[in-house]
Design a protein around this ligand. Sequence first.
Ligand code: NAG
Ligand code: NAG
Ligand code: NAG
Length: 207
Amino acid sequence: MCVCSSQQSTMTQQLSPLKLLVSLYLLRLAISNCCYTPVHAVPFETSEDVAGAGQSIGDAVAAVLRDANNCFETYMQESRNASDTYASAYRTCRELGSKRRMEFTQMQCSTRQDMVGQVTEMCKNFCDCAEIDGDLEFFQCSARNAYKGVSTLQYVYLNSSAAIVELENKYQEAEKEILFCTIAAEERYINATAKAFVQLSKCLKAS
Ligand SMILES: *[C@@H]1O[C@H](CO)[C@@H](O)[C@H](O)[C@H]1NC(C)=O
Ligand SMILES: *[C@@H]1O[C@H](CO)[C@@H](O)[C@H](O)[C@H]1NC(C)=O
Ligand SMILES: *[C@@H]1O[C@H](CO)[C@@H](O)[C@H](O)[C@H]1NC(C)=O
């Protein structure tokens, strides 16, 4: 069982030009779509123009407005659905990030333990030397351990350097994976939102 502490890497979320573009597009969609709220719908239903017109014309106009309200109602449901779907997809992408970090930590665990074990032993050996009373024995002990320590430090240096390269590469790969995941989610969201909007336009024209 591995007990290495899971150190958190900083897989920073970069704002790529594509992401910025998508954000701007979403913002534009939001601005053009956000003006409809149920509050705006109320005057439609209690319209005094409708009451003031002739009875049959009033009924016809009321029916048209009812149809229009239904269009907006459907649109709101579809938009809501698109947002919910996007939110859960986005969460899944973020979770993918922590899953990958945990995998990397697991992968490096034995290397870390091995390295920590060797360094700990090296330090302990030097501490043992310090306990020796006789000068000659102390220096002999220190020299012996320094000689062994060189190879330990060399191993630590080379192994760490290799691990750094490997990890940096893996973090980059993971970041790419997360980015593609969120872009795919964004694409589905934009498509769904656009589709809902087109349907709303068609529905309003038909009503
Ligand atoms: C949301 O949209 C998806 C994809 O169009 C569809 O499969 C699902 O049934 C919808 N859910 C609701 C609650 O409308
Ligand atoms: C570091 O050393 C361990 C144990 O010898 C080895 O399993 C691991 O592959 C090495 N790591 C790298 C990145 O070279
Ligand atoms: C989104 O819409 C574009 C253009 O209509 C289409 O090419 C693409 O396959 C769609 N993507 C998804 C994920 O539905």
